[in-house]
Design a protein around this ligand. Structure first.
Ligand code: FAD
Length: 390
């Protein structure tokens, strides 16, 4: 294997693991290295359940050592801090790596638009560690001060899920959490029909979540969150869910990107400026019918597989295949209700939609043990959160 071409995959999420699988099947002579900053993969759609307690936390992650079962794949834990595309070198936090082909599948990270707290910490739910830290901060408030004040910034699907799941997770505690969701737009979830939006608003109202639309977080200092509508929440934990950008911003050179840093690719998922670099999943500006697709597991899964196949094709001199995203739909799980569209637009909601969501988590999860946990949740929907120990 000494002189075999070396393919690096950066990011072992849905896209990266599919890329590795495709390379294993179709590029028998390639050296394959997967680099991730963690030593485990994360089922991101289940992160709000770290807060709800509905899914056992152990089912949300799985170590790469248990997923990637092949001597042909080297798995390295490192954070890539810079990609030198001209020299074809990846710079990690301690090491650097020379690649022949590179597949960038490093997902997304929160976008703060320049907002910085003064003497305080912004939480988020974009990674397992971040969701656990948010859950622990909420539990600490309950334990120490018998209160739980949370401000969620952004009423997109993640922000609303976080709010609903936090509420669900606190059901069996004597403390009723004070949860405020602040959204700069005048309306939430604009892609829903007005009646559906109203249903979501009514539900949030019923579970005690305060929604402040047309407002933004102006200042967060010493635990006080001040909003642009003149209101404020004291002793607040702030969860930032106001936007994401691609986590591949450290790629040097003149590459084309979207406003949220996703990399433009050609139809084969190659960067036009560097045909030896492919991008997939959230890192890529995938398009369908001339519009950028939303960040979603299915697009990541199939684009990662396509990138792996195309690298294998390039290595063996075969023709690469164009990637055409297919939209299988989406579901937003909100505690006890849900809203979604599946298979070309069929509306789903309520507990049925929740079951579809957890079934999809099971189908896409990283291994049988994790999948079983999601299937159990899909069928029973009844696992109750643990009460917070005094
Ligand atoms: C809270 C939340 C809820 C969501 N809910 C849904 C849902 O219900 N349905 C749905 O379809 N989609 C949902 N999404 C979106 C979906 O999870 C993403 O679109 C999908 O995970 C993208 O897959 P990916 O492989 O591109 O990236 P990821 O799954 O994010 O994987 C990226 C990997 O790259 C690694 N990495 C990142 N940076 C570096 C670096 N510099 N060096 C080394 N490794 C790095 C990370 O550790 C990670 O393992 C949700 C996302 C979030 C955050």
């Amino acid at each position: 294997m000494g002189n075999s071409p070396h393919v690096y995959v950066v990011g072992g999420g849905f896209a990266g693991l599919q890329a590795v699988g495709a390379l294993l099947r179709r590029a028998p002579t390639a050296r394959i290295t997967l680099i991730d900053k963690n030593d485990y993969a994360t089922m991101l759609p289940a992160l709000p359940d770290v807060l709800s307690g509905r899914v056992r936390s152990a089912a949300i992650t799985r170590r790469f050592a248990e997923i990637v079962d092949s001597e042909r794949v080297e798995v390295i834990r490192d954070e890539i801090v810079h990609v030198d595309a001209a020299q074809r070198v990846l710079h990690g936090s301690a090491e650097h790596y020379k690649y022949d082909f590179l597949i960038l599948t490093s997902g997304s990270t929160p976008q703060y638009y320049g907002f910085t707290p003064e003497n305080g910490q912004l939480h988020s739910a974009h990674s397992f560690a971040a969701a656990c830290a948010l859950r622990d901060a909420a539990a600490d408030q309950v334990r120490q001060h018998s209160r739980c004040n949370v401000v969620v910034v952004g009423a997109g699907y993640t922000g609303l899920e976080v709010a609903a799941c936090l509420r669900h997770g606190m059901l069996h505690n004597s403390v009723q959490p004070q949860i405020t969701v602040v959204e700069v737009a005048d309306e939430i979830l604009p892609f829903l029909k007005p009646a559906e939006r109203q249903r979501v608003r009514d539900y949030l109202d019923a579970i005690g979540v305060t929604l402040r639309t047309g407002a933004s977080l102006q200042r967060y200092a010493d635990g006080r969150a001040e909003l642009s509508d003149g209101t404020a929440v004291d002793q607040a934990i702030v969860c930032w869910s106001a936007g994401m950008r691609a986590e591949c911003s450290k790629l040097s050179g003149n590459v084309e990107r979207t406003r949220d840093s996703r990399l433009h690719t050609n139809e084969f998922l190659q960067l036009p400026e560097h045909p030896e670099i492919f991008a997939a999943g959230d890192a890529a500006a995938l398009q369908k019918d001339g519009r950028f697709v939303r960040r979603a597991v299915n697009f990541a899964f199939y684009s990662g597989r396509a990138a792996g196949r195309n690298v294998a094709a390039a290595l063996s001199g075969r023709r690469m295949r164009a990637f055409r995203p297919v939209d299988l739909g989406w579901v937003i799980p909100l505690g006890e209700i849900s809203r979604g569209r599946i298979f070309g637009g069929i509306p789903v909601g309520g507990r049925f939609g929740l079951r579809v969501h957890y079934l999809m988590c099971g189908i896409r999860s990283f291994g049988a043990a994790n999948a079983v946990e999601f299937y159990k949740t899909a069928f029973c929907l009844s696992r109750q959160p643990e009460p917070i120990e005094p």
